[in-house]
Design a protein around this ligand. Sequence first.
Ligand SMILES: [Zn+2]
Ligand SMILES: [Zn+2]
Length: 163
Amino acid sequence: MRIPMVLPLNEGFLRRECPHCERQFKVRVQQPDDVLEEHELTELELTNFCPLCHEPAPANTWWTKEQIEYQNQVTTAAVSDELHGMLTRTFAGLNQPRGPFRVEIERNEVEEPKSLDEPHDMIRVDPPCHQETPLKIPVTWGRDVACFECGIRYPVDVIRVEG
Ligand SMILES: [Zn+2]
Ligand SMILES: [Zn+2]
């Protein structure tokens, strides 16, 4: 059972949260002029680096708490639909027009997952080693920033993109 899930982007950037320091930042996953401001996720067997605390972690561990909550809601809704369909089909044979009894399957009310917001609240930095993966970090950040792909560190003022 494949559960499709799309996450909102901001200028092609996806919000991420470090599993070590729990700070949030954004990584560009799409060209900004792509019309679709949504991202369907593919899990890669990679290690990435937190731009803020510089610690490495596997590529599938950078979910924000809000994204995990959203994933749970999407999964619950999809499983509930699937289950309802399965039970309805299972009992369909019992519901003969003049049969002795009827079985009706009530569908549990599952809250429709609310899609996530993607506010513009960070500044952009472009690590020169991986220019195809620019980042966005909190406006107030003053310490070194590590490249998400390879972990090389730069003073924030050196790689900060003005504008
Ligand atoms: Zn971190
Ligand atoms: Zn790099």
